[in-house]
Design a binder for this molecule. Structure first.
Ligand SMILES: Cc1ncc(COP(=O)(O)O)c(C=O)c1O
Length: 456
């Protein structure tokens, strides 16, 4: 039986009425990708207040990786809600926080003593990771990358690359933030139409090793603009998320690791979007074989309840003294209970096996689309975290933001919720529920393929 009705009327009358109230009463700042108003959600689908059912290929921006209303996660949260909502870890401790920390320390890569600090949002975790790194190194500078998205609070916003709409009009920003080129080889200087595929390991077999070029640019900035001994931290997303689903090749991450070791710099991986199975492994860095000093997590950690974490080397986390970090709601008990159930699910091998199988279906379909639709400049990704970049012309690679927006609209009007991304807004990203069936995935992809065919 199909999951969706291809003849949905979007927005329906009830959704339109609620949106009219939203316009009157709610700050206009938060964007809305669709005019849909949710009534309930289950697994890979969302049903709106007008009775339309949609496949959710956005997962609330990569959060509900285990699907909506995952029964064990809901049961765990309900059980904790019956006991208590909140005591504040700063006042009266509770076991859930301790257990989440212990289990994240066990699951995060790295054979060294680890500790974990919990907060609420991704941006808050990023900010705290920088605090730990600065306290540990007693240095100030932070190197981030082009295409980065690290959040919307002031320090996180300063680390974020995309000026519009995230930064314009909000300056001044915190200082001591430096930006290096991200290894985006589709748009790398001097690289033409036939983007060389990075072999993913060193020594590089390509006549021109772009990882080395990207790393040389990074090294030059670190040396000439900042001075290595002033650098506290390097922060990078192993797959640039909001920036366009661009995987950083493993050799580049390995070079960063070696450089950080050489210069006593804390390497931070922001795995807020790539974590919890999004790329087919619990954390994306496992696939690159590179261990960060600090791992920043949020989104999928509690499958929809607000919870984020900084997990990493005990000596770095221990550098902040009592009272130096914290927060009233940090590590909420209900969110911690949900996170423990999430981790139980990911401990079952079939969860990640299924995620990887979906990734393979997705990759094969996107590869076929690339051959068929000239508006796809590149398809790329890691495991099930995949995207297509839409361009006006394959040779000039001129970004086609309007095409991405039109495709997102076509998709939800035909029952599939998707999101765009990319520094130029021209990328369609797939944040599929990792519990979707192969049939649901293909059903949604058929809808999107029809949209691409109509736009050709
Ligand atoms: C890689 C990355 N870092 C940080 C953030 C910010 O997280 P939050 O919106 O929870 O503050 C996001 C959110 O999309 C993200 O994708």
């Amino acid at each position: 039986m199909p999951s969706i009705d291809l003849h949905t009327v979007v927005p329906g009358p009830r959704s339109r009425a609620i949106f009219a109230e939203r316009t009157k009463h709610v700050a206009p700042g938060p964007f809305h990708t669709t005019p849909i108003v949710a009534a309930k959600a289950q697994g890979a689908t969302i049903t709106d207040v007008d009775g339309n059912t949609f496949l959710d290929f956005a997962c609330g921006i990569g959060v509900t990786n285990l699907g909506h209303a995952e029964p064990t996660v809901v049961a765990a949260a309900k059980e904790q809600a019956d006991k208590f909502f909140h005591t504040s870890i700063n006042v009266v401790a509770y076991e859930g926080y301790v257990e989440v920390a212990k289990r994240l320390n066990e699951r995060a890569p790295g054979r060294f003593a680890k500790k974990t600090f919990l907060v609420n949002s991704g941006a808050e975790a990023v900010e705290n990771a920088i605090k730990f790194a600065r306290a540990f190194t007693k240095r100030q500078a932070v190197i981030c990358f082009e295409h980065a998205f690290h959040g919307r609070t002031y320090l996180a916003m300063a680390l974020t690359a995309k000026a519009n709409p995230y930064k314009s009009g909000f300056g001044p920003f915190p200082s001591e933030i430096y930006r290096a080129p991200f290894p985006d080889f589709y748009r790398w200087p001097g690289v033409g139409d036939g983007t060389p595929v990075c072999p993913g390991k060193l020594p590089c077999s390509l006549s021109r090793c772009l990882c080395r070029e990207a790393f040389a640019r990074f090294e030059e900035i670190a040396h000439a603009d900042i001075g290595e001994t002033n650098v506290a931290a390097v922060i990078i997303e192993p797959v640039a998320g909001e920036g366009g689903f661009i995987p950083a090749p493993a050799p580049f991450l390995q070079m960063l690791r070696e450089w950080c070791d050489r210069h006593g710099v804390v390497l931070i991986f922001d795995e807020i979007q790539t974590g919890f199975g999004r790329t087919g492994t619990l954390f994306a860095c496992e696939q690159a074989g590179v261990t960060p000093d600090l791992l920043v997590l949020a989104k999928g950690l509690a499958n929809g309840l607000p919870l984020s974490a900084v997990v990493g080397k005990a000596e770095v986390i221990d550098a902040v003294g009592v009272g130096g970090v914290g927060g009233t709601y940090s590590g909420n008990p209900v969110a911690c209970a949900a996170a423990l159930a999430v981790m139980d699910k990911f401990d079952e091998p079939k969860t990640l096996e299924h995620a990887r199988a979906l990734g393979e279906i997705l990759e094969a379909r996107l590869e076929a689309w690339s051959r068929k639709f000239p508006q796809i400049g590149q398809h790329r990704g890691l495991g099930p975290m995949r995207a297509i970049e839409l361009v006006k012309d394959r040779t000039t690679k001129e970004p086609d933001k309007a095409a991405a927006a039109a495709l997102v609209k076509h998709n939800y009007e035909h029952g599939v919720i998707t999101l765009s991304c990319g520094t130029h807004g021209n990328v369609l990203r797939f944040l599929i529920p990792l519990v979707a069936s192969a049939d649901q995935l293909n059903e949604g992809l058929d809808v999107i393929e029809a949209g691409l065919a109509a736009a050709r």
